[in-house]
Write a protein that binds this ligand. Structure first.
Ligand code: DGT
Ligand code: CA
Ligand code: CA
Length: 369
């Protein structure tokens, strides 16, 4: 294969977009999703906001009272984070991505790399139409927009994606990659934080282009072998790390509302069996084994709890999910007198059955200047 075609997809203003998805009427209003610390009604921080709210200066991490002040006089809407729901939306999109890629590496709830080399036959021209097709499919099936960066490796795909948001599509061909990186500040590279960029600036390195030209041996002398070599290759747009499933970080889950609030095991099991079906379907599609089974419960008073069990051996059958969900629920109900309103089933701790034996070349294995 002459070159790889790697995509990075990053969902736009993700948590806020999820809220717009289930409350379509709020789309044109400023939307803020917050993490409430619970100390006072107002205390907490902005997790994210839609682009309407961003125009008023709202930013991730900002105290909520400050966001409220900035949005005073508008019809802004504030939500509390609902990770269960965002995970569900994310999982649905990831499943669609899987049908478009030879391998998928999910790196967070709203980001994934797709290796599409084979699908587009190594062509960056074809990659544009292919990315548009994936965007249209996800928009039609789920209703979420995302930005895409396409490059010859993960490093370029990521920086390309960041350069145009929301709903962006940025393609950087292999022959353009070095020139694309050159004018950017060094801290755009993964692993270059505040301390490193200050140190680099003292060495006369401001841009990635400066870093690319800098003597590799000297970088090694200052930053150590692994990092020095990494900086050298990364600045020169070289990244051989494969797009690889990250089994551990992921889960498959389903959550649903019971027909009525109840404390009755059999009644709840009817629901969890249905949820287990859905979870199992996704599992089969993924072709992985799982090691953890969890339940999630929302009580009538809206408090929520989860319980997990780790299996001794990885499993891949439906019976193991049902059996463990039942045991977890039984135990939970014996300990909690509250009626239950919503219930969820989750499996996680995935592993591939046949480990990918491909010889991997990664940054750190390149090893020398
Ligand atoms: P984007 O990609 O710029 O359109 O906007 P987001 O909101 O998708 O931002 P991103 O990709 O950096 O983060 C993904 C999600 O992670 C975001 O929807 C909420 C959460 N998040 C990001 N930054 C923060 C933060 O500073 N605090 C908290 N609590 N959550 C954050
Ligand atoms: Ca995002
Ligand atoms: Ca992100």
């Amino acid at each position: 294969m002459p070159n790889r075609v790697v995509m990075l997809a990053d969902f736009d203003y993700f948590f806020a977009q999820c809220e717009e998805l289930r409350h379509p009427e709020i789309k044109d209003k400023p939307v803020v999703v917050g993490v409430y610390s619970g100390r006072t009604e107002e205390s907490g921080a902005v997790s994210t906001s839609n682009y309407v709210a961003r125009k008023f200066g709202v930013k991730s991490g900002m105290p909520l009272f400050l966001a409220k002040r900035k949005l005073e006089g508008t019809d802004a809407i504030f939500f509390r984070v609902d990770h269960q729901y965002y995970d569900q939306v994310s999982n649905r999109i990831m499943q669609i991505f899987r049908t478009y890629a030879s391998s998928l590496e999910q790196i967070s709830v709203d980001e994934a790399y797709l290796d599409v080399t084979e699908q587009v036959e190594g062509s960056f021209e074809k990659a544009r139409g292919y990315a548009q097709k994936i965007k249209a499919d996800v928009r039609a099936q789920v209703g979420i927009s995302f930005s895409v960066g396409v490059g010859p490796n993960k490093l370029i795909a990521k920086i390309a994606c960041d350069s145009q948001k929301p709903d962006g599509l940025t393609i950087v061909k292999p022959e353009e990659a070095k020139a694309f990186l050159a004018p950017l500040p060094v801290d755009r590279l993964l692993g270059v934080g505040k301390k490193t960029s200050v140190r680099m600036e003292q060495m006369g390195i401001k841009t990635i282009g400066d870093l690319a030209k800098f003597d590799c041996q000297r970088l090694v002398a200052v930053f150590g072998k692994a990092l020095g070599v990494y900086f050298h290759y990364a600045a020169n747009a070289v990244d051989n790390s494969p797009v690889q499933e990250q089994g551990e970080a992921e889960s498959i889950s389903r959550i649903g509302t019971l027909k009525q609030d109840t404390h009755d095991l059999e009644f709840i099991l009817q629901k969890t069996d249905e949820l287990t079906e859905g979870v199992y379907r996704d599992l089969v599609q993924r072709g992985v084994s799982f090691k953890q089974v969890s339940i999630y419960v929302v009580n009538v008073d809206l408090s929520s709890k989860s319980r997990s069990v780790t299996l001794e051996q990885p499993a891949k059958d439906k019976e193991t999910i049902s059996r463990n969900v039942k045991a977890l629920l039984e135990k939970f109900l014996s300990e909690s007198p509250l009626e239950i309103r919503r219930v969820g089933v989750k499996i996680s701790g995935f592993s591939k059955e046949e480990p990918n034996q491909k010889l991997l070349t990664s940054f750190f294995q390149s090893g020398h200047c």
